[in-house]
Write a protein that binds this ligand. Structure first.
Ligand code: TRP
Length: 325
């Protein structure tokens, strides 16, 4: 039996190239070795976007399309939408009974997000319970490894604590999952800050060649390098940060820049070509799916996920003595 891996993303936007190197490429490797469940966390999106729901529906679809076009393979992985598998709600409810409020109030992401998203009213029951829902996602499939970014570690920690508490109260049925940290080189946005939708500095997987060219042209470079012949400092250059990840000859580029033999314009033209070779195949693959294919994939994912999820819920309800026995 293969180990079970589960991970999810909130449908809050189109995927950008940072997601590709940070998350999706890793999922692609994992799906070869593990029994992977990848899902769209639309309930989680609702915890912060309950007041702004108009885009959730489109982003669910766009995100699955992004995954498929990057090579997440529905023959190998189970791809589904959280709200299609109601057992997530059942387990969330049961976990909410045994999760002390103190654990949730002291979760670092809770405090951070309240501050960071201060324009939204996040003083809700649902938002406080965000990590409880995440624990339900993970434990419903008895997943042992959870590929996540650093920011999600507190949630996996809480998942372990909830698993431990459940196991000690009723019976040892849940594994204590560990985070699989995806180490990847830092990829800034075009302005040099973290690549993020809210900074409007992303290169999206769906950007066409013209858009890519325009965005690369705007990339922040060493302000002291004005002429081609000026020696540049690649450590202070977004183009170089990208070359380092996407170009095999980045060492050569570094020397040419430092010695004033490569100008920023030429460097940017080269990077544009490199990014096209990364993104065009993804975009070509995207064209081979339509809304119906995506829907079919989600239905089949829902069925597979439900089978596993229902087994866990039956086991849990039996242990506690809930419902018709
Ligand atoms: N909280 C995660 C994020 O924002 C998304 C998520 C929800 C998730 N449930 C999960 C990730 C379960 C891993 C496992 O990125």
């Amino acid at each position: 039996m293969k180990e079970i891996i589960l991970s999810g993303m909130r449908p809050t936007g189109k995927l950008h190239i940072g997601h590709l190197i940070g998350v999706i490429n890793n999922w692609k490797i994992l799906q070869e070795k593990y029994n992977c469940f990848f899902f769209i966390a639309d309930f989680h999106a609702l915890t912060t976007e309950y007041n702004n729901i108009k885009e959730i529906k489109d982003y669910v679809y766009e995100m699955v399309l992004d995954w498929l076009s990057c090579g997440i393979d529905p023959q190998k992985s189970t791809i589904f939408c959280q709200s299609d598998v109601y057992q997530h709600c059942e387990l969330h409810l049961i976990f909410s009974m045994l999760t002390p409020l103190g654990w949730l109030y002291s979760c670092p992401t809770y405090k951070e997000q309240l501050k960071e998203q201060s324009s939204k009213d996040l003083k809700t029951y649902g938002f406080l319970g965000y990590p409880v829902l995440q624990a339900a996602d993970i434990l419903l499939y008895k997943s042992t490894k959870v590929p996540v970014g650093k920011d999600q570690i507190p949630h996996v920690e809480l998942t372990r604590e909830i698993a431990r508490r459940f196991n000690s109260l009723y019976s040892e049925i849940f594994p204590e999952p560990i985070p699989l940290l995806t180490e990847f080189p830092y990829l800034p946005g075009i302005d040099g800050r973290k690549m993020s939708k809210s900074y409007n500095n992303c290169i999206f997987l769906s950007d066409d060649p013209k858009t890519i060219k325009n965005k690369v042209a705007k990339m922040f470079t060493d302000p002291k390098k004005i002429h081609k012949t000026d020696p540049g400092d690649p450590t202070n250059c977004v183009v170089y940060a990208f070359q380092k990840i996407f170009s095999q000859n980045y060492k050569e580029i570094e020397i040419l820049c430092k010695t004033g033999k490569l100008g920023c314009v030429e460097d940017k033209n080269n990077l544009t070509k490199v990014l096209e070779t990364v993104l065009i195949p993804i975009q070509e693959k995207r064209k081979s799916y339509d809304k119906n294919n995506v829907k079919q994939i989600l239905v089949s994912g829902k069925n597979t996920a439900t089978t596993v999820a229902q087994e866990t819920i039956s086991q849990v309800k039996k242990l506690i003595g809930l419902g018709i026995q």
